[in-house]
Design a protein around this ligand. Structure first.
Ligand SMILES: [Ca+2]
Length: 415
């Protein structure tokens, strides 16, 4: 109710000011032009940010999930799942050596390992959580899995492992474009509809993103047992777990705080990072397989051209897929979009309702402000140190928590 009230007040202010905020941020920058960009020009009244090191000395932290009783679950790519309890103590719960429960099938290779973590919407009563991890339980090829677990009230160990998705494509063997383990996706989040969204990657496999029978280059939507959600509108003949397809390597997904629509951040191949609102059954338009008359190493044209005219393979090929989902933001010089989350709460001032996007290669966080139609109206770069950011999560205290490849989790408080 408070969020709705805040939104209402924000809209009133927007109307009262004719939709024209005064820009107070020294870091404001003009948004890239995008196909659906609204006519309204609005700058963001950025809060002042106070940053503290919430955790440090971590090994490639990948994701976090706060629990209702004050703990924070977090993953490290090559270690597994750990917890920072409400009293500040830390314990390793599930993963490699020294974990309370050893996941002997977890392996760390290239970009892969243990990635996303999220809690069940009914965590308070069922103590259930989920992780996304590379696993060698399946062989030739190995796969990424979504694993369901429960954790005890003291956060000492996990139990009741159930692998609810076992067949997410994994780059099992290196090729001309990179070593094994690349483009595994791996963010998992429950939407406001109560279903689990799972982002996957294209594995440098030119055929995966448009192949509706395989779970690479997709966003999946499933229930707590891994079964397809109803109304995914997967095209005929496709795997019903597929919510959207035609993606490259999605590592950011978040849900609009008022409409509930999922938005993804997608890392481009040297061009065209994209932020895209998703619709069930939609095609993201990424199709890096060779066209007729084109030859690409290992049949993957992701970094070059899949077209006879030599133009780069587009992240959203509207010539081939006229109905492809349209991004609201395109960074034509790819800067490495990774995680994203929406900020809510009046403490965020002009960023309330904005989408935070971690831009890894450029080592910055951008905040995108959307209008009521969901179109982009402004972008501001957060005044934070330059770091590669792997996860962004708003905590129950309203602050933003940011995991960095340098091994820290920041707490960012707006003032
Ligand atoms: Ca796209």
């Amino acid at each position: 109710m408070q969020r709705k009230f805040s939104l209402f007040i924000s809209i009133l202010i927007l109307v009262a000011t004719g939709g024209c905020f005064q820009n107070r941020s020294p870091h404001a920058q003009e948004a890239e032009k995008s196909p659906n960009q609204g006519d309204q020009e609005t700058s963001l009244a950025a809060p002042t940010l106070v940053r503290t090191d919430f955790m440090s000395g971590l090994n490639r932290p990948w994701d976090m999930a706060f629990t209702p009783d004050g703990a924070m679950l977090f993953t490290e790519k090559c270690r597994g799942l750990s917890v920072r309890r409400a009293n500040g103590s830390v314990a390793r719960l599930f993963g490699t050596t020294s974990s309370a429960v050893i996941a002997s099938d977890l392996f760390c290779e290239g970009q892969s390992g243990m990635h996303g973590v999220t809690i069940d919407p009914d965590f308070s009563s069922n103590r259930t959580l989920y992780v996304y991890m590379s696993s060698n339980l399946s062989t030739n090829p190995r796969t990424n899995r979504v694993v369901r677990l429960t954790v005890d009230s003291g956060y000492t160990a996990v139990a009741n492992r159930l692998d609810i998705i076992t067949d997410i494509f994994y780059k099992d063997v290196g090729n001309s474009w990179s070593s094994a383990g690349a483009h595994s996706g791996g963010r998992i989040r429950f939407g406001p509809d109560g279903f689990l969204y799972v982002t996957t990657g294209d594995n440098h496999n030119g055929f995966l993103p448009q192949d509706l029978t395989k779970l690479g280059g997709k966003v999946l939507r499933v229930d707590r047992h891994g079964n397809a959600a109803p109304s995914n509108h997967t095209p005929a003949g496709g795997d019903a777990r597929i919510f959207t397809y035609g993606h490259r390597n999605v590592q950011g997904i978040a849900f609009h705080p008022t409409t509930g629509q999922p938005y993804i951040a997608e890392h481009g191949p040297g061009h065209s990072d994209e932020v895209t609102p998703l619709t069930a059954g939609g095609n993201g338009g990424w199709d890096p397989k060779p066209e007729a008359g084109v030859s690409c190493a290992d049949d993957y044209c992701g970094y070059i051209s899949n077209k006879p005219d030599g133009t780069p393979t587009p992240m959203t090929d509207t010539t081939k897929f006229p109905n492809a989902m349209q991004p609201i933001l395109v960074l034509n010089d790819s800067q490495g979009m990774g995680p994203c989350t929406f900020l809510t709460g009046s403490q965020w001032k002009g960023w309330n309702g904005g989408l935070v996007v971690g831009i890894m290669a450029a080592r910055r966080l951008d905040v995108l402000q959307l209008d009521r139609r969901g179109a982009l109206v402004g972008t501001t770069t957060a005044d934070l140190p330059a770091e590669r950011t792997r996860s962004v999560v708003q905590g129950p205290d309203g602050n933003l928590y940011v995991a960095t490849d340098g091994g820290k989790i920041w707490r960012v408080t707006p003032q």
